[in-house]
Design a binder for this molecule. Structure first.
Ligand code: HEC
Length: 606
């Protein structure tokens, strides 16, 4: 059920509450701030405004700030909202707009008994896309003109903006069709931009007439990994596997990462990240979109990026486009040097302007890859063997809040460090799904591994397991340094010796829901592959690439605190493992490795 439109818009649903009904449970997408929604029972006229105080969130939202936190879809009960057995009509109201959002979507409704058990069977949300009337050719034509030319405002009666629909969305509007935005919401959004409902209908007719299939939904994250994604036709991949494939818990990821349940890591293999479900929902399409057109914020200063994009969009040859994409990204990087003050600013408009410029580059990349059907053509874009899905640039990575916004007091959700770091993790994981580097990389592209690794532990910082994702991030980083034909002169990007952080900083939380013996099985298997690789490369390799391996180069005292030279890191990990009760044979493996790499340090204390 869509509750979209001007503030005050309502929508209702009726059902029969069985005996024993006690209170309400709902799943809602798009509650980006508190008190955005109110609900009332049986048109009683009394409304309960939903917020983080009166709603009880299911995991993991309970640990991730609920409304205003980084999760787009939230499941929660409302203990204060009594549901009596019998026929019930629930009315939801959209209370107030932040001038970004115009509403939310109720995906599921249920009632709980006093013990907290759900009493109704689950139904799948059904999306009604089209309006009731047929689309006239004249409306489709008028809609096309409005899409690229209609003068708009921000907010129903707000200030005029220069941007047109096509400046922030796919140039041909195909994103709205592909991701299943309904006529109702297209009309409502047109009105939000100062157009009439009749004009909104014309735009909806134009969108619906596009050649793209309607495969995604506004609440299913683009590219969400899940079984079968890699085999899907390339043109469907962007729709993702759906929210249903967001793993209920991080540990479920292992059911898909190991074949036949055999716990084994082989860095010469390539784990297919498109198919492995993770507990992190990736950003939904609305989160991909820029909130301002960079041409409007930065003027002609930004024009070169627009011109270069238009030139690329006119090409059909994948190799040509990928070469042009490099130049395009280089122009953008040059532009960033003098225009990125919003990244660290406390001024929210400056933040929106800069962040939107990166988002604009990202959706234009999506447009080239998806709309222009370059997904599937990666082989023509790379000079070495690659998975045909691979995206050729790293703008998705660079669009993370970590690169685009201050950690605190930023424009996303509640503006907290939690929102900033979890969302960064979401974008980094999206990049991993889009391009895992195919055992090769250029500097920090497409993935800057230390960031992917560090941010994979973010959920654990807030009490949500992420050990499987962290170990998989390590596996992928190890893969990317294995079989790589380039000579690496930096252990950070090549075969790093300290890539076992998953045991380190968040030792306790990372594995808290794991059976210790299963945890040890995973750690042991990873350490086996990892130390095998180190011994086969030999100590000299590390001396050549990273001077810190040499004795005497740094402080030779192992052990806490971490965050320092590698010797300290290694010691910290050993101490942490001991504290967590990791099996002694694994500690011994670590000690042997320490003695091999740094013979003059004292490892006997572990
Ligand atoms: C300045 C950039 C910009 C312009 C111009 C713009 N949009 Fe959007 N649009 C966005 C952003 C950002 C969102 C995501 C809003 C959110 O997060 O709820 C969005 C969301 C939408 C949605 C989904 C709304 C929802 O609640 O899910 C529709 C439909 C839409 N836009 C249609 C249009 C139409 C039609 C026009 C022209 C009349 C237009 N947009 C112009 C940036 C823009």
């Amino acid at each position: 059920m869509e509750v979209v439109g001007a503030p005050g818009t309502t929508a209702s649903v009726s059902f029969t509450a069985p005996a024993g009904s006690s209170n309400l449970w709902v799943r809602i997408a798009g509650l980006g701030y508190e008190n955005k929604a109110s609900v009332s029972v049986n048109s009683s006229g009394s409304w309960i405004s939903l917020n983080n105080t009166n709603c009880v969130f299911d995991a993991p939202a309970s640990s991730l700030n609920g409304m205003g936190g980084p999760l787009n879809t939230l499941s929660f009960s409302v203990p204060g909202l009594r549901i009596n057995p019998g026929r019930v009509t629930l009315t939801f109201r959209f209370n107030v707009s932040d001038y970004v959002s115009i509403g939310y979507r109720v995906l599921a409704v249920n009632v709980l008994n006093a013990a907290g058990t759900k009493l109704l069977s689950d139904t799948k949300p059904v999306l009604t896309l089209a309006g009731s009337s047929k689309y006239l050719a004249s409306d489709i034509a008028a809609g096309a003109v409005l899409w690229t030319n209609a003068p708009l405002t921000l907010g129903w009666t707000g200030a005029p903006i220069q941007a047109k629909c096509s400046d922030c969305h796919a140039t041909d509007g195909s994103d709205l069709k592909f991701f299943g935005f309904s006529d109702v919401v297209i009309i409502a959004r047109s009105q939000f931009h100062g157009l009439t409902s009749a004009q909104g209908k014309q735009i909806a007719a134009f969108i619906r007439n596009g050649s793209e299939q309607a495969l995604g939904t506004p609440w299913d994250p683009p590219y969400q990994p899940g079984p079968g994604q890699a085999e899907r036709p390339y043109a469907e991949w962007a729709a993702g596997a759906g929210l249903k494939w967001v793993a209920p818990a991080d540990s479920n990821t292992w059911d898909y990462a190991f074949s036949n349940g055999i716990v084994q890591f082989t860095f010469t293999n390539t784990l297919n990240m498109r198919d492995i479900p993770v507990a992190t929902p990736l950003p939904v399409w609305n989160e991909w979109l820029p909130r301002m057109s960079p041409l409007e914020s930065f003027g002609t200063n930004f024009q070169p990026m627009v011109d270069q994009f238009n030139q690329m969009a006119a090409q059909t040859n994948a190799a040509t486009i990928s070469t042009m994409m490099r130049d395009w990204q280089a122009s953008f990087s040059d532009w960033v040097v003098n225009n990125s003050s919003g990244r660290t600013s406390t001024n929210l408009s400056a933040q929106t302007a800069y962040w939107s410029s990166v988002r604009w580059m990202t959706i234009r990349t999506w447009e080239l890859m998806h709309t222009h059907r370059l997904e599937g053509q990666a082989q023509a874009m790379f000079s070495f063997p690659v998975d045909p899905h691979s995206w050729p640039n790293n703008l998705v990575f660079l669009s993370s809040p970590h690169f685009t916004l201050p950690e605190q007091g930023h424009i996303l959700g509640d503006g907290t460090p939690l929102s900033w770091s979890y969302r960064s993790h979401q974008w980094y994981w999206t990049m991993l799904v889009l391009s895992d580097s195919n055992h090769r990389r250029e500097g920090a592209s497409p993935i800057d591994w230390p960031y992917l690794l560090a941010f994979s532990t973010v959920p654990a910082t807030y009490g949500v397991d992420s050990s499987a994702q962290s170990v998989l991030a390590l596996e992928k980083s190890a893969e990317s340094g294995t079989g790589d034909p380039y000579t690496w002169d930096n252990a950070f990007f090549g075969w790093a010796i300290t890539r076992t952080e998953f045991l380190d900083t968040y030792g306790q939380t990372m594995w808290k829901n794991y059976d210790p013996s299963y945890r040890d099985t995973i750690i042991r298997a990873f350490m086996q592959a990892y130390t095998g690789q180190i011994y086969s490369l030999g100590r000299d390799y590390f001396i050549n690439v990273d001077l810190e391996v040499q004795d005497g180069e740094t402080d030779n005292t192992p052990g806490p605190p971490g965050g320092g030279p590698w010797i300290k890191e290694h010691g910290t990990m050993m101490a942490r493992m001991k504290q967590d009760g990791v099996a002694q044979d694994i500690i011994e493996t670590m000690r042997t490795l320490g003695e091999y790499l740094w013979p003059s340090a004292d490892w006997s204390q572990f």
